[in-house]
Design a protein around this ligand. Structure first.
Ligand code: NAD
Length: 442
C-alpha cells in the first residue's frame, strides 16, 4: 500500500489512478502527518537521457540532486531512476549508463538512438544533444507523451523554431510539462527582479543591453569532415549544428530581455564577422539591435575572441527607481519549492514538482522565442539586411526565403545518411549572402 509506485508496479500508471490510490493510502495512514504526506506524494520518476556529453551528464546529475532537494525540503518521498541513455556515439551512451548501473541494452547509439530512448517507459526525457536535433527529438518526445527538459538553444533555423512552438502547444494539450535549460528563469534573483518589474516597481523598461562577451571556448583547429561523426563532434563550430554562438550561448541573455519585456522582438539589425576563428564556419562576434514593441531597443553583443574585454550579463534602463517602501504582490511562481542555490538543479526541481502536482509549467515557447530572437540577429548580420519576426515565424507569404530557411544538413538527413559535409571558413558574407543563395560545404 505504502510503496504503491515502487519499481515492481506497472510503469505508466496514470496520474489520475495514482492520485486515487495514493489518496486511499493516505486515508489509512495518519492523514495530514508528515508520514501521510510523504506517502501521498510518493512517486518514482523514470528518466531517459539523450545526449551524453558534458551537459547531459550534468543534467542527469542535477535531476537526481533535484529529487534530493525536493525530498529534503518538502518530504515528498519521491524517487528517480535513469532507465535509458542515447547518444550518437554508443560508447558515450554506455559510459553514462554504466555510472548509473544501466545494462548496455538500455544504452542506445546511432541516428535513431533518441527514438529508442523515448520509446522506453520513461516519464521524463532529458535532452542535451546538438541543437540541430532538438526540434525533431522534442516533437517525437511530446508526441510519445513524455515530459521534457531540453537544453537551450532549441533550434538553428526558423522552421525549427516553429516546430518547437507547435510541439510545445501540443504538450499543453496533452498535460505534459516542459522546462528549458535557460537556467536564469529558475534563479531566485532573476525571478525576484521579474516580479518587481511586473509589479511596476521600476516603471517601464526604456532600453537595455545584453551580452555574452568572452574569450575562445571551442576548438579552433580546422577539420575537414568526411563523415557525419565529424559534424557531431565537435558540433559547436558549425552554424548548421549549433546555430552559431549567438544562438548557442548568447540565447541566455536575450532570453532575459524577452522575459523582462514580456515580448519577443519585432525586428533586428545585426553586424558580425570573424576575427580569430579559423575552425568551422561560424562568426566569432556579433552586435545587434533588437526592436521590441513600443519603440524599445535592446543592444545585443556577443563575442568569443581571446584578448578582448569580457562582459556577460543583462542591464536595463528603467523609467524610475524602486520606491523604498515597495512590496511585492506578484506571487512567487515556484512556491513552495523555492530555489535551489544552483539554478541548474532548480530547473529540474521545478519540473518534477510541476509534474507531481499537475501545475502548469511549459517553457517551450519562451525558449523557442529566445532562440528565434538570436536567429533574427544572426541572419541580419550574415545578410546585412534588417530582419523581421513576422516574416521569419508568422507569415509564410511575407518573405518566404526567410520563413523556409532550413539549414542543411537537416536532422532528418542524419537518419537517412544523406549528410552534406560542411567546410572550414565557409562563412556568410554580409551584403552578398541571401537565404536562397547559400549552399553549404565544398
Ligand atoms: N544551460 C547551459 O548553461 C548549457 C551549458 C552547456 C551546454 N548547453 C547546451 O547543452 C547541449 C549539449 O551541450 P554539451 O556541452 O553537453 O555538448 P557535448 O558535445 O559535450 O555533448 C553533446 C552530446 O550529444 C551527442 N549528440 C549529438 N547529436 C546527437 C544526436 N542526434 N543523437 C544523440 N546524441 C547526439 C554528442 O555525441 C555528445 O555526446 C547544447 O544544446 C548546449 O548548447 C547548455
Amino acid at each position: 500500500m505504502n510503496d504503491s509506485l515502487n519499481k515492481h508496479q506497472p510503469v505508466q500508471q496514470s496520474r489520475r489512478d495514482f492520485l486515487k490510490s495514493s489518496t486511499l493510502a493516505a486515508g489509512v495512514a495518519m492523514a495530514g502527518s508528515p508520514f501521510a504526506i510523504a506517502q501521498q506524494n510518493k512517486r518514482k520518476f523514470r528518466v531517459a537521457l539523450i545526449g551524453c556529453g558534458g551537459r547531459g551528464n550534468g543534467a542527469i546529475n542535477d535531476h537526481y540532486e533535484a529529487v534530493k532537494f525536493l525530498n529534503d525540503k518538502l518530504n515528498l518521498g519521491i524517487e528517480v531512476e535513469l532507465i535509458a541513455t542515447a547518444d550518437w556515439f554508443k560508447g558515450k551512451a554506455e559510459a553514462t549508463g554504466k555510472r548509473y548501473g544501466l545494462p548496455k541494452e538500455k544504452c542506445f547509439g546511432g541516428a535513431d538512438a533518441y527514438k529508442k530512448a523515448i520509446a522506453t517507459d520513461c516519464d521524463i526525457v532529458l535532452m542535451a544533444q546538438a541543437p540541430l536535433f532538438k526540434p525533431l527529438h522534442f516533437e517525437t518526445a511530446i508526441k510519445a507523451g513524455k515530459n521534457v527538459f531540453f537544453e537551450k538553444p532549441v533550434a538553428v533555423d526558423p522552421p525549427g523554431v516553429r516546430q518547437v512552438i507547435a510541439a510545445g502547444e501540443l504538450a499543453k494539450k496533452k498535460g505534459l510539462r516542459v522546462v528549458a535549460g535557460t537556467q536564469r528563469r529558475h534563479d531566485e534573483g532573476y525571478n525576484r527582479r521579474a516580479r518587481e518589474i511586473k509589479d511596476g516597481a521600476y516603471g517601464r523598461i526604456m532600453e537595455g543591453r545584453v551580452a555574452w562577451n568572452m574569450g575562445a571556448i571551442f576548438t579552433n583547429t580546422p577539420v575537414k569532415p568526411t563523415s557525419p561523426d565529424q559534424l557531431i563532434s565537435p558540433w559547436q563550430i558549425w552554424v548548421e549544428m549549433s546555430g552559431d554562438h549567438i544562438v548557442e550561448q548568447h540565447v541566455h541573455n536575450i532570453d532575459v530581455a524577452n522575459w523582462y519585456l514580456d515580448a519577443h522582438p519585432i525586428s533586428a539589425g545585426g553586424f558580425g564577422d570573424r576575427a580569430q576563428r579559423v575552425a568551422g564556419n561560424m562568426y566569432d562576434f556579433f552586435s545587434g539591435d533588437l526592436e521590441y514593441p513600443n519603440g524599445i531597443h535592446i543592444h545585443s553583443m556577443c563575442r568569443q575572441v581571446p584578448g578582448c574585454w569580457d562582459w556577460v550579463g543583462e542591464g536595463f534602463t528603467f523609467e524610475k527607481s524602486k520606491p523604498s517602501n515597495f512590496k511585492l504582490s506578484t506571487p512567487d511562481p515556484y512556491e513552495p519549492v523555492g530555489y535551489h542555490r544552483n539554478p541548474y538543479v532548480g530547473e529540474h526541481a521545478h519540473l518534477i514538482y510541476a509534474i507531481l502536482k499537475e501545475k502548469e509549467l511549459n517553457e517551450a515557447r519562451n525558449v523557442a522565442e529566445s532562440t528565434g530572437s538570436a536567429i533574427l540577429i544572426r541572419e541580419s548580420a550574415y545578410s546585412g539586411l534588417r530582419t523581421n519576426w513576422d516574416a521569419f515565424y508568422e507569415d509564410p507569404s511575407k518573405e518566404p526565403d526567410w520563413y523556409n530557411l532550413k539549414m542543411k544538413p537537416t536532422a532528418e538527413d542524419f537518419e537517412t545518411g544523406d549528410v552534406v559535409m560542411l567546410k572550414d571558413g565557409d562563412i556568410r558574407v554580409a551584403g552578398k549572402y541571401r537565404p536562397n543563395n547559400y549552399s553549404p560545404g565544398a
